[in-house]
Design a protein around this ligand. Sequence first.
Ligand code: PEP
Length: 257
Amino acid sequence: MNRRYRKTIIAGNWKMNMTASETRKFAEDMRAIAPRAKWCEVVVCVPACNITAATKAFKDLHVSVGAENLYYEKSGAFTGEISADMLKDLGVKYVIIGHSERRQYFGETDFSVNKKVHAALEAGMHPIICVGESLEQRELGITMELIALQVKSALAGVSAEKVRKCVIAYEPVWAIGTGKTATSEQAAEVCTFIRTTVRHLYGARVARSVTIQYGGSMKPANAAELLSQPDIDGGLIGGAALKAKDFVEIINAANQD
Ligand code: PEP
């Protein structure tokens, strides 16, 4: 983390979990444990149907509500899809774009990711752009090439001013939901490489202001070590964000003085 130049953000990704009543219960549990979120922003990205419930439940907890996806068109005949303006109107501040599960199961491509990043920014939200390599790609030694391609294509056509509003989450696919965490060296190496890629595109001042998260089996036991890396400015957390106690412990790890 480097709190001087950029925000630390701890964001939960609930995926297709939690009903509206479970959302209220989670917020009550969080309130009872009282997280120390002095130095970081806390976000919970919830299924779209629970955004209103989450906004109410997290109101006094200083937790921003995020979405897990959007569709890039403004409106029209796109049955089942949700636009950036619809999310913004519900008070959504952050939206996950290009999660590997969406790339893997729902045909998300670098091209659609870029269109969604533009749509989120245009609506005034902060996209959390997910990038990451598969195990095969890591073993082939092409991790950095792949990450550079994903970052460059996600940000294509995005102005320097707007890039400051983007969060980039490095999520190695082999570490998501598997219990296998990247070592802090592996995570730091790629997060530093992402910042270097942003620096080549936008210059040093912009690059140092962009929040870069690590995601992939982050949990209370490994959060402090990962977050102590200078280029890791927070976490995108799946499984451990479904248990209030674990999530609060990760928030507390990001808030040590
Ligand atoms: C994720 O889905 O973004 C994620 C990081 O999941 P997990 O923490 O469960 O690996």
